[in-house]
Design a binder for this molecule. Structure first.
Ligand SMILES: *Cc1c(COP(=O)(O)O)cnc(C)c1O
Length: 373
C-alpha cells in the first residue's frame, strides 16, 4: 500500500500484514458457551498461581523487578537451565517479536513452514524483512524443504514444534538435521509452546541444542498447560550472546509482578501439570476415535488440540460445521488463514465440552446424510 500524502506512513512491510485474528470467545452467542478456539487448558490455572497473583494486589503501585530474577531462577531450577540465559517476555509472542526486531531488517529473509504459526509472519513483516515459506508434507514441517529455502539473506528460521494449528511434530533427530544444515549465522527459533503436552520418546523441545550451539533459541509459554494465558508470560532459553541482545531491546519492565509471582507458583505445582497431561491424553484418544468414527479425517496431534478435516461435500463443509457448533455454544477455530479452508481446530476441552462436540458433530453429519439438509 502506498503512502498517503499529508499523513505519517508506517515502515515498508507493515501494511502487508494481515492482523492476527484471535480465537473467537463466543461473546456474541447466547446461552452457555464453550470456547475451544485458543488452546487454553480446561483445568484453568493452578490454585497456587491464583493465590500468588492475588497476593500481589497490594503492590500494584510498585514497579516489578525488571530482571524477573525470581522467575528466571525458578525456570532455571525447574528445567535445569542457567537463569542468565533465560529472557522473559509478555507471552512468548513478545519474545518471538524481540527476536525479529533484533535480527531482521529490510533485505533479510526469515523462513517458516506452510502451516506455521502466523505470529512469525507478522513479526517478520513488522521488521520490514521478507517471509519465505517452506512447503510441508502431510501437514508436517519438512526439513529438506526448510533447508532448500535458505539463501545468503536468511537470518532466522521459526519452527513451532509441535506446530499450531496442525499438532504435528518433528523428532529431535530431524531438528538436529535441520540445525546441522543451517549456516552458523542463521538463528533457529524452536517454539515449544506445547512441549509439556508431548508424550513421545523421540521428542525434545531443544534444550540440549540451545546449550550446545550458538544459534538456537527455544521459546516457551505459561499460556498453555500452565493456564496463565491472560497474564501474558513466556520465556526464551538462549545462547548467552542472544540473551544479551534481547535484554538490550526488551522493555525494562516487560513482565508484571503478578505474572512473575504466578509463574513461580505455577512451576511449583507439578501435580496440576500432570493432571492436565493426563486429561489431554485421555480425551485426545477419545476425540480422535469419535471423529474418525464419524468419517472425519483428523491430523495426528501430540499437542492439546486437534485439526479436524471436513468432507468436500456441499452442506458438510467446515464453515457449515462451525455455524452448527456455534448454534450450540461450541466455539472452535476456523483455520483458513493457515491454509486449511475445510478444517476446524478444536482445543481439548472439559469432559462436558468434548462430549457436546462429539454429539453435535454426530448430529450435524448424521442429519445431513439423512437428507435433512
Ligand atoms: C499459543 C502459542 C504461543 C504462545 O503465545 P503466548 O504469547 O505465550 O501466549 C506460541 N507459539 C505457538 C505456536 C502457540 O500456539
Amino acid at each position: 500500500m502506498s503512502a498517503v500524502a499529508g499523513r505519517p506512513a508506517p515502515k515498508p512491510g507493515i501494511m502487508d500484514i494481515s492482523p492476527y485474528v484471535p480465537g473467537d470467545d463466543g461473546a456474541g452467542l447466547t446461552g452457555r458457551v464453550f470456547k475451544l478456539a485458543s488452546n487454553e487448558t480446561p483445568l484453568g490455572a493452578s490454585p497456587a498461581a491464583i493465590a500468588a497473583y492475588r497476593d500481589n494486589a497490594s503492590r500494584l503501585a510498585i514497579y516489578p523487578d525488571g530482571s524477573a530474577s525470581a522467575l528466571r531462577k525458578a525456570i532455571g531450577a525447574h528445567f535445569g537451565l542457567n537463569p542468565d540465559r533465560i529472557v522473559c517476555g509478555a507471552g512468548s509472542d513478545e519474545v518471538l517479536n524481540l527476536i525479529a526486531w533484533a535480527y531482521l531488517g529490510p533485505g533479510d529473509e526469515a523462513i517458516y513452514s506452510r502451516h506455521g504459526f502466523l505470529v512469525y509472519r507478522i513479526a517478520i513483516l513488522g521488521c520490514g524483512a521478507t517471509p519465505v515459506v517452506a512447503e510441508e508434507k502431510d501437514a508436517r514441517a519438512d526439513v529438506d524443504a526448510l533447508l532448500a529455502c535458505v539463501s545468503p539473506r536468511t537470518r532466522v528460521v521459526y519452527l513451532a514444534n509441535p506446530n499450531n494449528p496442525t499438532g504435528t511434530y518433528l523428532p529431535i533427530d530431524e531438528i538436529r538435521r535441520l540445525h546441522a544444515g543451517l549456516p552458523p549465522g542463521v538463528l533457529l527459533v524452536l517454539d515449544g509452546a506445547y512441549a509439556e503436552y508431548v508424550r513421545r520418546n523421540d521428542y525434545e523441545a531443544g534444550i540440549e541444542l540451545v546449550a550446545t550451539s550458538e544459534n538456537v533459541v527455544m521459546t516457551r509459554t505459561f499460556s498453555k498447560i500452565y493456564g496463565l494465558a491472560n497474564l501474558r508470560l513466556g520465556w526464551a532459553y538462549c545462547p548467552a550472546h542472544v540473551a544479551d541482545v534481547l535484554n538490550r531491546i526488551r522493555g525494562p519492565f516487560n513482565i508484571s509482578g503478578p505474572a512473575i509471582a504466578a509463574g513461580v507458583a505455577a512451576l511449583g505445582d507439578q501435580a496440576h501439570v500432570d493432571a492436565a497431561v493426563a486429561h489431554n491424553e485421555t480425551w485426545m484418544a477419545r476425540l480422535e476415535a469419535a471423529f474418525t468414527g464419524l468419517g472425519l479425517k483428523v491430523t495426528p496431534s501430540v499437542a492439546n488440540f486437534l485439526l479436524v478435516h471436513f468432507p468436500d461435500v456441499p452442506g458438510l463443509s467446515a464453515a457449515q460445521a462451525d455455524a452448527f457448533l456455534r448454534s450450540r455454544g461450541l466455539v472452535l477455530r476456523r483455520v483458513a488463514a493457515y491454509g486449511f479452508d475445510n478444517a476446524l481446530r478444536m482445543s481439548i476441552g472439559s469432559a462436558e465440552a468434548n462430549e457436546l462436540v462429539i454429539a453435535a458433530l454426530g448430529e450435524f453429519l448424521g442429519g445431513r446424510e439423512a437428507g435433512r439438509r
